[in-house]
Ligand binder design. Structure first.
Ligand code: NAG
Length: 285
């Protein structure tokens, strides 16, 4: 009996030690080496989600410049076939603002801490996965489309426009735009301002105007990140398009996008800790 209890106590102690150990690690800041990889993966999330949001609503959830033009066009009643486009653009812009504002508050909670980053990405994932569920269950038909055809059809177009004007379409759009606010804030928190993850216009400019554009592969990491960002956003949107043409539909693209953010949230937990400089006279703390 005793021989069975001791290992159990030992196991319990080991478990408690391990639990305590892990929790304390979560309070560490992440090491910034390779931290651009999750940021770059976010570019693919933008491509996946915007390829869906654009077809579902005619607006973007991630790139807000286009939405600002759509909002402005509403003042003159254009475009004629999308009378509520300005409203969807406004909802996306407002949710994005709210996301930037809200997620930036993590600056009060040690923003580069593993726990903070992981929770931030879990929230972002939760918003995308909620949109995916609304799409999958067809609660929001505009986001639940599949078998999109590249050949124009009047029937498909009419059905599509009706879905698009359904006010429920605003819900997933706002959920996606809100978490994209958090996503771009993260690129700033981690110091990768050259990869805004949501937009490419300024990135295109900075890439092509870079005096070290042609430097060797190892000599210009910012250039490398910008190129990777372009490729990943393209890849995400290409995959998103083909998924929408298939039976998997828009919801599949959203599930994948949310899944990527769950993986990133988990990755932050196991991330290498930032090396803490040794302070003399404080050995063993
Ligand atoms: C979305 O795709 C459908 C089917 O191809 C098309 O009828 C519709 O115009 C597209 N919507 C937008 C905003 O591009």
């Amino acid at each position: 009996m005793c021989s069975r209890r001791i290992p159990m106590i030992a196991r319990l102690a080991l478990f408690r030690f391990a639990a305590g150990f892990r929790w304390s690690l979560l309070r560490d800041d992440i090491s910034l080496s390779y931290a651009e990889l999750p940021v770059l993966a976010c570019c693919m999330v933008s491509g996946l989600c915007d390829s869906v949001a654009f077809n579902a609503t005619g607006t973007f959830a991630s790139m807000q410049t286009g939405n600002t033009i759509f909002l402005a066009l509403g003042a003159s009643g254009l475009p004629s076939n999308m009378p509520l486009l300005w409203l969807r653009a406004l909802v996306s812009i407002s949710a994005f603002w709210a996301g930037c504002f809200t997620f930036s508050k993590s600056r009060h909670l040690a923003p580069q801490r593993k726990a903070t980053l992981s929770i931030s990405f879990l929230f972002q994932a939760g918003f995308i996965l909620t949109a995916a569920a609304l799409a999958q269950t067809n609660i929001v038909p505009a986001f639940g489309e599949a078998f999109l055809s590249p050949t124009p059809s009047h029937a498909a177009e009419a059905a599509h426009l009706a879905n698009e004007d359904n006010p429920l379409a605003l819900l997933p759009l706002a959920l996606l735009a809100f978490q994209f606010g958090g996503q771009i804030v993260t690129s700033r928190i981690l110091g990768f301002n050259e990869v805004p993850t949501n937009v490419l216009t300024s990135l295109y400019c900075d890439l092509l105007s870079d005096p070290a554009l042609m430097a060797g592969v190892g000599a210009n990491p910012k250039r490398n990140r910008r190129v990777a960002a372009i490729i990943l956003m393209l890849l995400g949107a290409i995959i998103g398009g083909w998924l929408q043409r298939s039976s998997a539909g828009m919801s599949a693209a959203l599930w994948i996008a949310g899944g990527i953010k769950v993986v990133i949230a988990a990755a932050w937990i196991g991330w290498r800790s930032k090396a803490v400089p040794v302070v003399e006279g404080k050995v063993g703390v």
